[in-house]
Design a protein around this ligand. Structure first.
Ligand code: ATP
Ligand code: OAA
Ligand code: CA
Ligand code: MN
Length: 666
């Protein structure tokens, strides 16, 4: 109403003085006028409508041909000539094929659009299959509406209307709850072991790939598809992975929640309307029936949650968890299989580029700083979590970032803070019920609160998200023991040793007082996602680093001056200075001294960082405690590496020996 008039205290309407100055007739509506009445200026050209519904129909303009939700004057699916199916029809047929039951009838009839909106449109001509009539169940007679590549605004409306726990925050983000699971469930991940994958993949001790057979996969797939088909509507996202155009993968995500659809809209690469029009058949499909559990009495199932990957069928099924990160990291696993086949290395790393085109990779386990440190106001962000390194350089796999939000502050992480706006999915945060201001310190729902936003929400993101070969390879470890130096330079063998080890030591939980740090070793800084044996990725990394002359660095983003409880976490501002010195090249020319046991090269000085903290022992008051802790950690490294001592890394026998010797010496 703001443009038309002012509402006075009685609720009457009167035009403002400004309007009167233009000699327009003064209009006053009567008190108690019917709410459906429209106050308009009679001298303005008449708008053509008879009813309030028609008026509302004027509100929505037809959008580009491939954008969804076209009912209400839009094209009705399935009504164009049978010889040349429209792209919408092709899409519906393709989705119909995706959702087909494998053992019974073909599933529900599909209609485009929201079941609650008025237009009841014709469904896609059902491809007649030679299914015996006895096989047809009631589910084949019902309709399921397909909400295909909805926009963020449409997904907000769906979430707020139908999904409990969905709210708009004070900055415009969509706050959602992921349900009982607020993190990934690696123990519930299953990978189909068939003739091909039995020999190709890494199985057994230490491997993240817990086997299941094809038949069990189909049982779970049927369960997920039946569940999705039983719904009135499902969300379908058709998107891409990998910004390298020659190695782009088409993915389809079928899900039950607007939250999941918006999450993947943000996290995968968004096709243009033209690309969507010509999308064709996806290379990989996810069926996310996360609200619905798996049947625990099914073979291979050990809980009600199951995340199943079938590389042969190019499908993934999710049952019993609504944590959206399962989709993101499930696809990452698929890339860890597909890309090495093309001689491309897939990496659990952040990546950014300086003004001079110098690229840095940031490896590290969850919570070590990949997102925080790759999001750097002075550099171009290529991506925060998943990359490929090919003969042409680096490319981001994703189209968005997934930042940890716990204790997020505007001062320390301004770019991430500002990215939390309209379109961003905010998972499991706590906010004021009235102002909707988020309290980022509140861990009531979980410590793993997250924001998922499109990468272009970071002002200096590099679009397209590709870059030249990396110059620096930074390994991040959050060492809660507090014995690793804040920065050390690695030779190639040491880089490989630490890459294969994949160490971090986060603190399990802070609620019940001081807890011992727990060391985690996760090969390639992402054992949960790799598909092949770690040495395969390590060999590729070594070869690429050698060919490009990249330098390896180990950065401790964890504790200093003592272990967790006694010391404190290294200030983010100091870590940023250290990273700046790596990027600028100034650290290459610094003078170094070698540490005992781990044999790490520590610079004597880093601009902007107090020199006392560079040598960890100096920062510890109790020197004996420091030595004991250092030895303890060295022992943990040695134990962990034992499983790799019998493996050769690449064809270079000499490098393998050097890597084995690059660990702690005591
Ligand atoms: N010195 C430091 N360096 C880096 N991060 C720090 C430091 N001190 C505190 N932090 C905090 O640690 C967290 C690092 O998390 P970040 O989101 O960057 O992890 P990540 O490596 O991207 O993990 P994931 O793979 O799970 O996304 C942030 O919350 C950041 O604010
Ligand atoms: O996958 C997730 O849930 C979050 C993440 O980035 C990681 O754990 O590496
Ligand atoms: Ca991250
Ligand atoms: Mn990650």
């Amino acid at each position: 109403m703001a443009g038309n008039g002012n509402e006075n205290a009685d609720g009457d309407f009167s035009f403002s003085a400004a309007a009167a100055r233009d000699a327009l007739p003064r209009i006053t509506t009567e008190k108690g006028a019917k709410s459906a009445d429209v106050c308009h200026d009679d001298t303005a050209p008449r708008v053509n409508f008879q009813t309030i519904d028609e008026l509302h129909s004027l509100q929505k303009k037809r959008s580009a041909p491939t954008t969804p939700l076209k009912e209400g004057g839009g094209v009705v699916m399935g009504t164009s000539g049978p010889t040349t199916p429209s792209s919408g029809e092709t899409m519906l047929q393709s989705v119909s094929a995706s959702l087909a039951s494998l053992t019974r009838e073909t599933g529900p009839k599909l209609i485009r659009g929201d079941p609650t909106s008025a237009a009841k449109v014709a469904h896609v001509p059902h491809t007649p299959t030679s299914v015996p009539a006895a096989d047809v169940s009631d589910s084949g007679l019902k309709f399921t509406h397909i909400l295909h590549n909805l926009s963020p605004a449409e997904l907000y409306e769906q979430a707020i209307k139908y999904e409990k726990g969905s709210f708009v925050t004070s900055t415009g983000a969509l706050a959602t709850l992921s349900g009982a699971k607020t993190g990934r469930s690696p123990k519930d991940k299953r990978v189909v072991k068939d003739e091909t994958t039995a020999s190709e993949l890494w199985w057994g001790k230490g491997s993240p790939n817990i086997e299941m057979d094809e038949q069990t996969f189909l049982v779970n797939r049927e369960r997920a598809v039946d569940y999705l088909n039983s719904l009135d509507k499902v969300f379908v996202n058709d998107q891409y992975l990998n910004w390298d155009p020659e190695n782009r993968i088409k993915v389809r995500i079928v899900s039950a929640r607007a939250y999941h659809s918006l999450f993947m809209h943000n996290m995968c690469i968004r096709p243009t309307p033209e690309e969507l029009e010509n999308f064709g058949t996806p290379d990989f499909t996810i069926y996310n029936a996360g609200k619905f559990p798996c049947n625990r009495y099914t073979h291979y199932m050990t809980s009600s949650t199951s995340v199943d990957i079938n590389l042969g069928r190019r499908e993934m099924v999710i049952l019993g968890t609504q944590y959206a990160g399962e989709m993101k990291k499930g696809l990452f696993g698929v890339m860890h299989y597909l890309m090495p086949k093309r001689k491309i290395l897939s990496l659990h790393s952040g990546c950014n580029m300086g003004k001079e085109g110098d690229v840095a990779l940031f490896f590290g386990l969850s919570g070590t700083g990949k997102t925080t440190l790759s999001t750097d106001h002075n550099r171009y962000l290529i991506g925060d979590d998943e990359h490929c390194w090919s003969d042409a350089g680096v490319s981001n796999i994703e189209g968005g970032c997934y930042a940890k939000c716990i204790d997020l502050s505007r001062e320390k992480e301004p770019d991430i803070w500002n990215a939390i706006k309209f379109g961003t999915v905010l998972e499991n945060v706590v906010f004021d019920e009235h102002t909707r201001e988020v309290d980022y310190n509140d861990k009531s729902v979980t410590e793993n609160t997250r924001a998922a936003y499109p990468i272009e929400y970071i002002p200096n993101s590099k679009i397209p998200c590709i870059g030249p070969h990396p110059k620096n390879v930074i390994l991040l470890a959050c060492d809660a023991f507090g014995v690793l130096p804040p920065i050390s330079k690695l030779d190639l063998a040491q880089t490989m040793y630490h890459f294969i080890s994949g160490y971090t030591a986060l603190v399990a939980g802070t609620e019940e007082g001081v807890k011992e740090p727990r060391a985690t070793f996760s090969a390639c800084f992402g054992a949960a996602f790799i598909m092949l044996h770690p040495t395969k990725y390590a060999a590729m990394l070594a070869e690429k680093m050698q060919a490009q002359g990249a330098t390896g660095w180990l950065v401790n983003t964890g504790w200093s001056g003592g272990s967790y409880g006694a010391g404190s976490r290294i200030k983010l501002a100091y870590t940023r200075k250290i990273i700046d010195a790596i990027h600028s090249g100034s650290l290459l020319n610094a003078t170094y001294h070698k540490t005992e046991i781990f044999g790490l090269e520590i610079p004597n000085e880093v601009e902007g960082v107090p020199s006392e903290i560079l040598e960890p022992m100096n920062a510890w008051e109790d020197k004996e405690a420091y030595k004991d802790t250092l030895l303890k950690l060295a022992g943990l490294f040695r134990n962990n590496f034992e499983t790799f001592t019998s493996h050769k890394i690449g064809d270079d026998g000499k490098l393998t020996e050097e890597i084995l010797a690059a660990g702690p010496n005591f």
